[in-house]
Design a protein around this ligand. Structure first.
Ligand code: HEC
Length: 431
């Protein structure tokens, strides 16, 4: 057989696309070779007004940090991306190819040359969004203690809406990008969380979480730096119940001086009941088959989840696996009644700091009768550098960051013929 095997193909690919090939065309320069890579993979976050700590928009920005950039790209620390692309690709995926990493390294080694400035230098402007219909800020500004600790806080943001609305789009605007690390929005109609506004969720148990209340939504929106807002096409929207409270679970980075934040949620609303409501499908610790969800100290444990039979054909929009600091890896797939396997997500090296929502490239059809499986590995030994306790302590379910969780959350709409080709994000591109 004269078939080219994958590693050989890779070698041939590298020969053609490697810096050595580029060298033969002349020196590697910022404008010609490096900037296009940064534009595609870095600048969404590393631009003025965005969440990364510095801008990488100009030659000076980049040249000053050239070897640092080489390091973070060679180690694949940047761009942050955790889902294994061999298992499944996502719409919001950002991954450098081996050739791109080598190009950056060769550019740095070659003296970080500027090259000839092209005439048309404009970096695509950030996407602009229409004016929101409702802006809900945190009740009052919150100031971090500035004592070098991370802060996990719960904020209760009453919507004060007198009728039921449907949400076509959601955007989250951190009030202070220096400290905003990530945020998760949930929806509550019971109002029992109101006394907990501003409470710490890191090491205390909130009184309200003990009441076993059912939230109207356990996952409404997740924000991490570089996120895209959601804006669904006409006829697709999710519910905001009358007078609901939006619960904001906010992670603030540590700082040595106090910082103040008043983040807000921007909503695009309609009163019209959508033809296709967006729903959420949450698998939590109850669906673990090897109960109890208890992680003894000094052990590495794997938990397995199995969903009930999916009751109808569904079109999955996105997926959000959720674990805390002991989480190491996560994998989920579905098996259809015909025995086909649908890969959903695989994270080989879980990073608590990046609670990303993974947007499927195209809607994923989950046929009626399918079962969703998930497996998650937790390392509660002191080999896990993120273990919050030394010596390790037993861990079990809880909202606190030092407790553990195993959640798998999907947003979906009921399947309709042709969904495989529906572009959910068209509305964003047109704006
Ligand atoms: C999704 C948003 C996002 C993207 C895309 C992104 N960064 Fe970052 N970057 C961040 C954030 C947030 C930080 C600060 C927190 C951290 O270090 O994890 C950061 C930190 C860094 C740092 C400093 C690391 C340190 O240890 O202090 C460098 C250098 C960097 N990024 C370079 C890049 C480069 C080069 C790219 C593209 C190849 C890139 N980033 C893509 C968000 C992003």
């Amino acid at each position: 057989m004269s078939k080219i095997k994958a590693p050989e193909a890779l070698v041939i690919g590298l020969l053609f696309f490697s810096p050595y090939f580029l060298f033969s065309q002349g020196p590697i320069t910022y404008y010609e070779h490096v900037r296009p890579i940064l534009e595609k993979n870095c600048i969404a976050c590393h631009r003025v007004g965005e969440a990364a700590p510095f801008s990488l928009e100009t030659y000076e920005d980049v040249e000053r940090r050239a070897s640092f950039i080489q390091m973070v790209t060679e180690t694949r620390y940047m761009p942050p991306w955790f889902a294994n692309p061999e298992f499944r690709h996502f719409r919001n995926e950002r991954i450098l190819t081996e050739a791109e990493i080598q190009t950056i390294a060769a550019w740095v080694k070659g003296g970080a040359k500027k090259g000839k400035e092209p005439k048309d230098l404009a970096i695509a402007a950030p996407v602009t969004y229409p004016k929101p219909d409702l802006v809900i800020p945190m009740n009052k500004p919150f100031t971090t203690p500035g004592n070098g600790t991370e802060q996990f806080r719960l904020f209760v943001m009453p919507s004060n809406t007198q009728e039921e609305f449907y949400v076509k789009g959601i955007d989250f605007r951190p009030g202070n990008l220096k400290i905003a690390h990530h945020a998760r929005l949930m929806v509550d109609t019971t109002h029992v969380f109101r006394p907990d506004d501003g409470a710490l969720v890191s090491d205390t148990v909130l009184p309200a979480t003990n009441l076993g209340v059912m939230l109207a939504s356990y996952f409404w929106y997740g924000w991490v730096p570089g996120n895209f807002p959601t804006l669904y096409p006409d006829g697709i929207a999710k519910k905001l119940p009358r007078n609901a409270d939006i619960l904001l679970n906010m992670h603030y980075s540590p700082t040595t001086t106090p910082e103040t934040d008043q983040s807000k949620v921007l909503l695009y609303l309609t009163k019209e009941k959508p033809r296709r409501p967006v729903k959420t499908f949450v698998l939590d610790e109850h669906w673990i088959s090897n109960q109890p969800f208890y992680i003894p100290p000094n052990e590495v444990v794997t938990f397995y989840m199995r969903s009930p039979l999916v009751p109808a054909d569904l079109s999955l929009i996105n997926v959000l696996p959720h674990m805390h600091l002991l989480g190491k890896s996560f994998r989920s797939f579905a098996i259809t009644p015909d025995g086909d396997v649908i890969n959903l997500i695989k994270i080989d090296d879980w990073n608590f700091n990046w609670q990303m929502t993974y947007q499927f490239d195209q809607l994923v059809k989950l046929p009626k009768g399918s079962v969703v499986y998930a497996e998650a590995v937790y390392d509660n030994s002191s080999n896990n550098p993120r273990n919050p306790y030394f010596p390790p302590r037993p861990a079990t379910t809880g909202w606190g960051t030092f407790d553990e969780m195993m959640n798998l959350i999907f947003e979906y709409i009921d399947y309709e013929e042709g969904d495989e080709n529906l572009d959910l994000y068209q509305a964003l591109k047109e704006k």
